[in-house]
Design a protein around this ligand. Structure first.
Ligand code: GLT
Ligand code: MN
Ligand code: MN
Length: 389
């Protein structure tokens, strides 16, 4: 039987080398899986039916590789891409693993560290361009503090801005076809991280020299860690033209960074997110930035990867069903109906509109009596999601 939920290239499903390649280390335990080479991980990503592979510089090339080793690895990776048809939609820099970044990268207090971070990123941007990555992500994993005695947060903002302005000029100089996407996270691995949420990032972007080159890469888990509604953040980024990339996974509220399989924890939030991305025709990559449980071997890792894509496609199907469901749609229509033609009173300021709105008598008590039927609408959604509709 044909499986409707098989991933296709047009779904633009992507996994980072670090996702399927995760060896399952955590702060309390050693790796549980053998390390695979980037070529092996890419083959695994292609095997499960994804379209692309994302990478940090050091997922591909060890930080201390000689120029000859670098060339060798790059040519091997090019071969795997050609062989599997995988694309590299996004690249990024690892600015968090090496001990030099213990106090941050662009926001570190030591200018040698900041300068090294710039140099490392310039090389990593070149690497991304070599593999044709159109999006360059910045996740400031160590851009934060444990104590505010360490750093003035305003200095941190200024240092971050200076670095991003530098990279925008570099990309322009080199004429790379590349945009930048900033990924917020509130904490972990640092006690507190700067530009903690989508909202912080959007405001920061507007202060850059080339805001048009810079958008966001929101991640489900990161907003949930901050106790926020992910869809609302994503929608705000979308509405101002800044949703350049997205990291999909799942996360229980109030926990450590769990990076669970997409849709695993909060299926209803995942549903409304997928519905949003599909309704607005978001055409960027759907990147699953998540990890298999530490209990899994590589068969389990593949189950995890397939599960992310399958859940997305099932939810996409459910979203179509929701949009076509007559009872649901008649409720939605009624909710948005233009009662008493009141919408004519709203809109841009003008003397006529001002006069009209002033002259209208609103029956406050009567209007407030209206039941909105959100309970019914939500239960219909639940029925649909639980498969009884
Ligand atoms: C790291 C982090 C992710 C970021 C990646 C990009 S690496 O695994 O947890 O959220 O997207 O640097
Ligand atoms: Mn991420
Ligand atoms: Mn994460």
């Amino acid at each position: 039987m044909l499986d409707r939920f098989q991933p296709k290239p047009e779904d633009k499903f992507v996994f980072g080398l670090w996702t399927l390649g995760s060896v399952g280390r955590d702060p309390f335990g050693e790796p549980v899986r053998d390390r695979k080479s980037p070529m092996e991980i890419a083959r695994m990503i292609a095997d499960i039916g994804a379209w692309g592979v994302n990478l940090h510089d050091n997922d591909l090339i060890p930080i201390d590789a000689s120029p000859t080793e670098q060339d060798h690895i790059k040519s091997e990776f090019h071969k795997v891409l050609a062989e599997t048809g995988l694309v590299v939609p996004m690249a990024t820099t690892n600015l968090f693993t090496d001990p030099i970044f213990k106090d941050g990268a662009f926001t570190a207090n030591d200018p040698r560290v900041r300068a090294y971070a710039v140099q490392k990123t310039l090389n990593a941007i070149d690497l991304g361009a070599e593999f044709n990555a159109k999006i360059y992500v910045f996740w400031g994993g160590r851009e934060g503090v444990e104590t505010d005695a360490a750093k003035n947060p305003v200095d941190a903002i200024k240092r971050n801005r200076e670095a991003l302005n530098f990279f925008c000029e570099y990309i322009l100089d080199k004429k790379y076809d590349m945009k930048i996407a900033l990924e917020p996270k509130p904490n972990e691995p640092r006690g507190d991280m700067y530009n903690a949420t989508i909202g912080h990032m959007l405001a920061f972007i507007e202060t850059l020299d080339h805001p048009e080159m810079v958008g966001v890469n929101p991640e489900t888990a990161h907003e949930h860690m901050a106790g926020l509604n992910f869809l609302h953040g994503v929608a705000q980024a979308w509405e101002c033209g800044k949703l350049f990339h997205i990291d999909l996974n799942d996360q229980r509220f109030g926990r450590y960074d769990q990076d669970f399989r997409f849709g695993m924890v909060d299926i209803k939030s995942a549903f409304f997110l997928v519905k949003f991305l599909e309704d607005v025709k978001y055409d960027g990559a759907r990147h699953f930035d998540a990890h298999a449980f530490r209990t899994e071997d590589y068969e389990g890792v593949k189950d995890f990867g397939r599960g992310c894509m399958r859940t997305y496609l099932i939810l996409k199907d459910k979203a179509e069903q929701w949009n076509k469901d007559r009872e649901i749609q008649s409720l939605v229509e009624e909710l948005n109906s233009d009662k008493d033609g009141a919408s004519a009173l709203l809109g841009t300021y003008s003397p006529e509109r001002l006069a009209k709105i002033r002259a209208t008598n609103f029956d406050r008590i009567e209007i407030a009596k209206r039941g909105m039927a959100y309970e019914r609408l939500d239960q219909l959604t639940m029925d649909l999601l639980m498969g009884v509709r």
